[in-house]
Design a protein around this ligand. Structure first.
Ligand code: SIN
Length: 332
């Protein structure tokens, strides 16, 4: 695969900032580990990478500035709305999102379910704060824009670009608490890699079943809780959730990270059956890795929860009003 032709106009790309370690600053000595995520604005991150100017005409927008452990449905909604706002404009080729690593895989999968799949949306992040002497954010940002600007990225949909590797939103997971190679696509493997200035794609992006889903209205996000099957799991948590009138909104779904091939302690299983009999949707993934077969595409438990949230919200009233269409017209 080659680099984009230098005779073309540079692609227009919007970089949306949401925070994370990539926008984090050290609280003291930059060689020490302590730092605060989500401090610097996206404009400041872009300034650190002058080479971006040779790849694309960049526009920046700050959507949020948080530690992604604190991600909310409201920020997800705002992010999806802003990405859509930009992507429907014919002159915009792609969006890049800077994000924290902790919930990157959830945000990426959520976006892959609510956005049309043609124009690229590339999430990136960093394991070291922007003030670290060996910060990984600038290179990741450059790589993310390189992928977003590449003509062959059209049709990739939502991907994550980290440490020179391109991961599909469905497959990517954070697997290290400290290494810069912190992400993996597991046994399915990544979509491709950046080799020097080139993008090398190894396989097609997976198509998301049933999408794009509509964005839920603020009051239509259901409650879907995530449990694990562990030694001693006796279903008490499920019974508490069902019987507590203070749980708001009412429990609509349960996802279990089961053991092995998706097995569940018999006491927890009985509690789940009681929940299902009361109309709660129950889904089981595995703590170990993708389950083979079945209807859920081998999704991890956190991603199965994202899908279930959107499936359940689609049956809730009221729906959101249709997305705004800019005067410039719809691109596709
Ligand atoms: C976060 O997820 O916002 C903090 C951790 C990180 O970005 O590595």
């Amino acid at each position: 695969m080659t680099t984009p032709s230098s005779s073309r106009l540079p692609p227009r790309i919007v970089v949306l900032g949401t925070g994370g370690t990539i926008a984090g600053t050290a609280t003291g000595d930059p060689s020490l580990p302590g730092y605060t995520a989500g401090v610097l604005g996206v404009e400041a991150l872009l300034k650190e990478v002058p080479a971006l100017g040779s790849l694309a005409e960049i526009q920046a927008e700050q959507v949020a500035n948080l530690d992604s452990k604190d991600m909310t449905f409201a920020v997800w909604t705002r992010l999806a709305e802003r990405v859509l706002h930009w992507l429907v404009q014919p002159s915009i080729q792609a969006c890049v999102i800077t994000h924290g690593t902790d919930t990157l895989e959830e945000t990426a999968y959520f976006l892959s379910l609510v956005l049309p799949p043609d124009k690229p949306v590339v999430l990136t992040a960093a394991m070291r704060p922007a003030t670290a002497l060996n910060a990984d954010g600038p290179q990741n940002l450059l790589d993310a824009v390189r992928v977003a600007a590449h003509p062959e990225a059209h049709g990739l949909g939502v991907v994550c670009v980290l440490h020179g590797v391109v991961h599909a939103a469905r497959d990517v997971a954070k697997i290290s608490t400290h290494a810069v190679e912190a992400f993996s696509s597991g046994e399915r493997g990544p979509l491709g890699e950046i080799e020097g200035q080139n993008l090398r794609l190894w396989r097609q992006a997976p198509q998301e079943r049933g999408g794009p889903f509509s964005l839920p209205a603020a009051e239509a996000w259901p409650r879907v809780e995530l449990l694990s099957n562990v030694a001693g799991a006796d279903g008490a948590v499920v019974r508490c959730l069902l019987s507590n009138p203070a749980v708001h909104p009412r429990l609509r779904g349960l996802v279990v990270a089961g053991t092995g091939g998706g097995t569940v302690n018999r006491e927890l299983e009985a509690a789940l059956e009681a929940a299902a009999a009361q109309g709660v949707r129950v889904k089981v993934a595995s703590r170990v890795g993708p389950l083979r077969g079945g209807d859920d595409d081998g999704l991890s438990a956190v991603k199965l929860r994202v899908r279930l949230l959107l499936e359940l919200a689609a049956t809730e009233a009221p729906r959101r009003p249709p997305m705004e269409t800019p005067a410039e017209g719809v691109a596709r």
